[in-house]
Design a protein around this ligand. Sequence first.
Ligand code: PEP
Ligand code: MG
Length: 536
Amino acid sequence: MKRLQGTGTCAGFAEGPVFFYRRATAGGGPGGGGETEAARLALAYRQADRQLEDLRRLAEEEAGAESAQIFEIHRMMLADEDFRQCAAAAVERGVSAEEAVWQAAEQFSALLEQTGDPLLSERAADVRDAARTLENALCGGEPPALEFPQPVILAAEDLSPSETVRLDKRQVLAFLTSGGTAQSHTAILARSLGIPAVVGLGPALDASWDGGDALVDGGRGIAVLSPDAEARRRFREGQALAAKEQRELSRFRDVRSVTRSGRAAPVCANVGAPGDLDAALESGAEGIGLFRTEFFYLSREQPPTEEEQFAAYREALRRMGGRQVVFRTLDAGSDKQAACLDLPAEQNPALGLRGLRFCLERPGLFRTQLRALYRAAAEGNAAIMFPMVASLWELQEAKAAARAVQDELRAEGLPFREKVPLGVMIETPAAAVLSADLAREADFFSIGTNDLTQYVLAADRLSPALRRFYDPLHPAVLALMRATVENAHRAGIPAGVCGEVAANPRAVPLLLEMGVDKLSVAPPSVLPVRAAVCAF
Ligand code: PEP
Ligand code: MG
């Protein structure tokens, strides 16, 4: 028996045979002459581009626009002039087109790895993944499908985005990877598909697992190969307990989120892709507390038009019936890149032109979104909130843009709602410190603890190396949250929390004790959080 502990990234239990996936290694060899090889390479670029576009579409259908965005990045990598020149120079030196592709890929990934920046180092794996697609195209083929004759626990070092998309997921009982983090592609895909997954199991997860029987507990991050009777007994116990918890939670589906003392604290859902709306409705959420509108802008060549946005926002409002949907205006920049927006290259993107700042600098784009929002708001219970506010004047400018849009719509005779609540996300330390002033100009606050924590503690929210330092329950973060809630209440407006910390049932009593009025979490967390509210 072998038992490994990793990071559980999608809860759930699985039991079955392991398939250890080994990636075919890169080919090489002498070239068939500069001109022939250059022509093969030119053809392969076109084929790879088409294949990547197909993969993007497939990923978008299966897992939403956010997961699909990576293929847009692969396309950009293969279209990069420097990359192409590097491969062309290798062909001129007489190597095969395949070898030239790998020489260019290795040169580029080495440059990214040398930066020491974990995010850029992850991009090195993407360069290699894109190169594999190009190599497949050179071999004249479509990339092979990853299919299994029977359901398997799929183990691998890590899976690249193009591999995860080509997988026949119906046959995957669970994912195990020796590398990877909670932010890796395998983890994101597993969560969106609800397949149990454990990442970061270390080098002991190797080819020796292939064909063996295994147990996976995705919630606790455990994988056991050839389990003995005791391990099986514990696994069954865990399964039974989880099923019992699930049954107990289901009774909170149709109740209101009210504390024992009778205070209502609605539990709403965060949505980031159209597919999440189904999950939000199923979860019994009392509204959408955070509708991330970025996904409209991902994976496309032009920003979405007013009509496209109007249709999507209206659809969300209709589906939610009379329950409120809080639309956050475009929060692009930093970790949320979108090729169609032509975002500037920045040295410190998290401190750069992002969120509301970007919209204020691109008034045309902002105006289009606000017009779509005000028009859709005529058909449901909508609110609008602005991300990454740091100064009072930013909120005032945003409100002025909203007023201008209303004037325009009125003059054009288009139906829209006059009174849409306008809120501020409190996610910079400045906004929390200035919350008394902001509260006089805003209709509500929503505390974005994901960013607030990163800025208060100067700890990158995406860096696996900073896990110990990035703490949303740090006293400094809690102090700013408390001040924000107090200032909101003094001005007579509500304050909610829509960052990940609200999904932690152990943090819920702390937030309620602070006076937080509303919690908004990912759909799978709605019921556990509601149970915690009702128990408070
Ligand atoms: C936050 O920052 O807490 C938040 C909810 O927004 P996002 O995670 O989209 O930045
Ligand atoms: Mg944020």
